[in-house]
Design a protein around this ligand. Structure first.
Ligand code: S3P
Length: 172
């Protein structure tokens, strides 16, 4: 496949996909796109409402379609929702693309996400919940990724540079 995104970012919530994605887009002189935002725009409701009203399997199906369309249309930087890799069909769609996994360790996750009440997934016992989440997902992020970039104690600019280096992409 010759076209498609220059970079696709995956990784857990709080790993900096949107911040780093926007910086990468600026560096590459390319547009930024985010499949969570595509789903919200298409559905006209918040992701949390889709989860509550229709359940996670329905959200994952919407997400698979949003990823399929974005991979076909978008030629810039694309960020996916943190759970997109849970879906086997979504993982298959990602196979030919330059996917980068933004990783972070448990302490960094607790610092960035654990105390954020807008992300109730980690609200009760952040460390344990993070470990469980990552035990279920880590191998899936690694499976779809061409490169893994650790974000711990790095600024978004440093992470963006590491992504460019990992994919051997040049600035615009
Ligand atoms: C999710 C992460 C969210 C969003 C949804 C589910 C997850 O995206 O897609 O709330 O399962 O980890 P971010 O990673 O952009 O927060």
């Amino acid at each position: 496949m010759s076209s498609g995104p220059l970079v696709v970012l995956v990784g857990p919530m709080g790993s900096g996909k949107s911040t780093v994605g926007a910086l990468l887009a600026e560096r590459l002189g390319a547009p930024y796109r985010d499949t969570d935002a595509d789903i919200v725009a298409a559905e006209g409701r918040a992701i949390s409402d889709i989860f509550i009203e229709d359940g996670e399997p329905h959200f994952r199906a919407l997400e698979r379609e949003a990823v399929r369309v974005a991979l076909a249309e978008h030629t810039g930087v694309l960020a996916l929702g943190g759970g997109a890799v849970l879906d086997e069909g979504t993982r298959a769609l990602l196979a030919p693309h330059p996917v980068v996994y933004l990783s972070m360790d448990v302490e960094e996750a607790v610092k960035r996400v654990g105390l954020n009440t807008a992300r109730p997934l980690l609200a009760v016992n952040p460390r344990r919940q993070w470990r469980e989440l990552m035990d279920a997902r880590r191998h899936l992020y690694t499976e779809v990724a061409r490169a893994v970039v650790a974000t711990d104690e790095r600024t978004p600019e440093e992470v963006a540079q590491a992504v460019l280096d990992a994919l051997e992409l040049k600035d615009a």
